[in-house]
Design a protein around this ligand. Structure first.
Ligand SMILES: Cc1cc2nc3c(=O)[nH]c(=O)nc-3n(C[C@H](O)[C@H](O)[C@H](O)COP(=O)(O)OP(=O)(O)OC[C@H]3O[C@@H](n4cnc5c(N)ncnc54)[C@H](O)[C@@H]3O)c2cc1C
Length: 384
């Protein structure tokens, strides 16, 4: 029997959205439409921003136009998603209501909430955006003495490893330039320790790496405000010559204002199927809040957005074609932790394990660094 031609609308062209659209296009027959909507024309690979920060990559090397997806038969709309009506599956993009679709995958990521900390944006630099990493690179290359402070500006942010990688890579860069003995490196984190969801062993291993590098690390230290050259942590404050930060995040308003969101603004999708409360509407990646048995959310990380993308794509393909098996996301994932000098550690395991994730960490070696380079190449050359 002929399949009824259907349309799948993927909202967001980041890691989750692109991985979903590609998998759908590979597995659905051509009469079915795969449409992807993204605010900006360009995709950029966030895991490489730290290499932009160190000067190891130029921004163009980690950026590609989403329009390239149309060569494979994915329809691309560049525009801002302004309203999602999940009941009728009608989405408004740039003032225009799109016709109702059969399936929606919501992958709009998390917004930056830098404004939550007074003075942070004006008096600091962030590696968390491509433009920020690009601006930070010459500052790091210039500094010859003084004090660099790396901080996480809230306990909840994207990629729990990234700020720790930033501190280690900054240290390695200063050593390579022979100025480390004149530059103090401090790290202040809002959370109780490095990557707390990954467990005490991983946290201790990362704390050990910071200490070996003589990085003055203090956890449970929430920034409350920043002035030129001075960072405030409640009643205490510290001088700094260069402030480098990971911003807080918030749910995108278009999600928070939609019936998809819970009271906290995020989509509490089913942990295993990524189904929402609405039929044929799935949500994946950073715009979801998946609570783990330990009481903390699944970290916002590309590895999970990617795995969830495959889960929902397989479910949608099975529903449309009437064959194949619905996907199931099992909470497994791994993360490279760049330590500088062309080396990386690797933490991986089962984040859905109860009562707490079971994560093992492999120590830093060239192998894991090259593993991340290979993944970057795969994304930039084969995903787009
Ligand atoms: C510096 C840094 C390093 C990282 N390193 C790693 C790493 O090594 N490993 C790892 O697993 N994860 C890493 N991450 C985290 C990873 O990048 C994210 O978790 C991942 O990108 C989430 O995928 P997503 O599809 O949910 O959201 P995103 O990739 O953020 O995509 C969301 C997309 O939606 C678009 N969008 C948002 N709102 C709208 C709207 N209203 N209308 C239209 N489009 C909209 C955005 O422009 C964006 O393209 C890192 C993050 C940072 C910042």
């Amino acid at each position: 029997m002929a399949e009824r031609a259907q349309t799948v609308l993927v909202l967001g062209g980041g890691i989750g959205g692109v991985a979903t659209a590609n998998r759908l296009r590979q597995r659905l027959r051509r009469e079915h439409r795969v449409v992807l909507v993204n605010r900006e024309e360009d995709f950029s690979f966030a895991a490489s921003y730290l290499w932009v920060m160190t000067g190891a990559r130029r921004p163009q090397q980690v950026t590609a136009s989403l329009r390239r997806l149309s060569r494979r038969g994915i329809e691309v709309i560049i525009g801002c998603v302004e309203r999602i009506d999940p009941g009728s599956r009608i989405v408004t993009v740039a003032g225009r209501e799109l016709p109702p679709v059969d399936h929606i995958v919501v992958a709009l990521g998390a917004d930056w909430a830098t404004d939550r900390i007074p003075g942070l944006a004006d008096n600091g630099h962030s590696f968390a955006t491509l433009a920020g990493a690009e601006r930070l690179a010459p500052e790091l290359a210039r500094i010859k003495s003084g004090r660099i402070t790396v901080l996480t500006a809230a306990p909840l942010y994207k990629c729990p490893a990234a700020p720790y990688e930033a501190a280690l890579m900054i240290d390695a860069g200063l050593r390579a330039r022979g100025v480390r003995h004149r530059v103090q490196v401090a790290m202040r984190s809002a959370e109780p320790g490095p990557m707390p969801v990954a467990g005490a062993n991983v946290s201790a291993a990362v704390t050990g790496l910071l200490s070996t590098r003589d990085i003055d690390y203090r956890p449970n230290t929430q920034v409350t405000g920043v002035e030129p050259g001075r960072v405030h942590f409640g009643a205490e404050s510290e001088d700094t010559d260069l402030l480098v930060y990971m911003p807080p995040i918030s749910a995108p308003p278009v999600i928070a204002e939609s019936p998809l969101a819970d009271a906290d603004g995020w989509i509490h999708a089913d942990p295993y199927t990524l189904a929402t409360d609405f039929e044929q509407v799935h949500a994946i990646g950073d715009n979801t809040q998946i609570m783990l048995g330990m009481g903390k959310p699944l970290p916002r990380a590309g590895v999970f957005a990617h795995g969830q993308a495959h889960t929902v794509a397989d479910t949608i393909v099975a529903a449309i074609s009437g064959s194949g098996v619905a996907g199931r996301f099992d909470g497994h994932g791994g993360c490279f932790i760049e330590t500088g000098n062309g080396r990386a550690a690797y933490g991986s395991g089962d984040f859905y394990a109860d009562p707490a994730p079971t994560i093992a960490m492999k120590s830093a070696s060239r192998r894991w660094h090259w593993g991340k380079v290979a993944f970057e190449l795969n994304v930039m050359r084969r995903w787009l």
